[in-house]
Design a protein around this ligand. Structure first.
Ligand code: UDP
Ligand code: MG
Length: 316
């Protein structure tokens, strides 16, 4: 048959797992249903990263591999975080198309055929677009909105607000992403930075299959700082202008006091205004130093050039 002789395209799925022991089996059960429907057209490779789980995730992955030999397991030596896990996945995936997706079934496998369809139409990046954020807590929705608004204003790249890591990338795109060697890997920004022809496909985020999200408010805040500092230097440069503005107002105020003293003589000492000026400027300076620290800390970690992740073993 012509179909058999035709070389099938390989699609690599990159799936990070961190303490998802209960979710592994249901995940593969549902994923294989979708993959089976597509097996006449594509060969699937599943690059699974065990990101230093402290539960039975690795055991479950090995068990899943017994029935699904096309699973590749990258076992990390400790928890390096989702961004590192995705990076490792990109380095090991060999497919013509590569799709990172979460291992908790929040990214439904049923979306895969839709992504592949658009890829076949010639798009190099197919973004899975969340129609709603109903699975996120309220504060997270507001914080995310603020983050994307701020980012839009101060960074040169456009990060679409309703799109996460769930997307299809052509091999060409992945090769481009691999050229970005930075250690501080804000993947969503990196994906946006490389460009290419993209299209969005809407999908509904599902509730977690099992367990709870490992991203708390503090982790998300730090992720947001990574996102901003990785793609914008505006927070560093704004101080020049702020300093200029403060100096200018100081000059105007000084002239006013000088003239007033000449005309009306020495006034009673202004304790309150003095205190306000000291506290205000002290605060502004500390914020400025803090921002410098954010960037300097990142420069420090880049200069050390430590590996993004350490793999204990690759199970192929
Ligand atoms: N994850 C990971 N390393 C981490 C945290 C999370 O590999 O340090 C994985 C996790 O197992 C899941 C995906 O990243 O497959 C998304 O994480 P999670 O569901 O906790 O985050 P949320 O969906 O709330 O953004
Ligand atoms: Mg999740």
């Amino acid at each position: 048959m012509a179909k058999d002789t035709m070389k099938l395209k390989t699609v690599s799925l990159i799936i990070p797992f961190f303490n998802e022991a209960l979710g592994v089996a249901p995940f593969f059960q549902r994923l294989t249903q979708t993959c089976d429907l597509l097996k006449t057209r594509y060969v699937f490779q599943m690059v699974c990263i065990n990101d230093g789980s402290s539960d039975e995730t690795l055991v479950e992955l090995v068990k899943a591999k017994e029935t699904l030999p096309n699973i590749v397991i990258l076992d990390f030596s400790r928890n390096f975080g989702k961004e590192a896990a995705l990076t490792a996945g990109l380095h090991h995936a060999t497919g013509d198309a590569i799709i990172p997706m979460d291992g908790d079934l929040q990214h439904p496998p049923e979306v895969l055929p839709l992504l592949l369809e658009k890829w076949e139409e010639g798009f190099e990046v197919v973004l899975a677009q969340r129609i709603s954020r109903h699975t996120d807590p309220q504060f997270q929705k507001i914080a995310a909105q603020l983050f994307y608004k701020l980012n839009q204003k101060i960074s040169q790249i456009h990060m679409p607000p309703d799109v996460g890591d769930f997307r299809l990338m052509d091999r060409r795109v992945v090769e481009a992403v691999k050229q970005l060697r930075e250690n501080n890997r804000f993947m969503k920004g990196i994906f946006a930075w490389v460009g290419f022809k993209s299209v969005k496909v809407p999908f509904e985020v599902e509730a977690r299959a099992a367990g709870t999200s490992s991203f708390n408010a503090w982790k998300l805040w730090n992720l947001a700082l990574d996102g901003i500092t990785s793609f914008s230097t505006v927070p560093l440069r704004v101080w020049t202008y702020l300093g200029g503005l403060v100096s200018l107002s100081a000059f105007v105020y000084a002239s006013y006091i000088f003239i007033r003293t000449l005309v009306f003589g020495v006034d009673t000492p202004g304790y309150a205004s003095l205190m306000i000026a000291i506290l205000f400027l002290g605060g502004v300076q500390l914020i400025g130093i803090g921002v410098l620290g954010e960037y300097l800390g990142r420069v420090y970690s880049e200069v050390k050039a430590r590996p993004t992740y350490i793999i204990r073993q690759v199970i192929e």
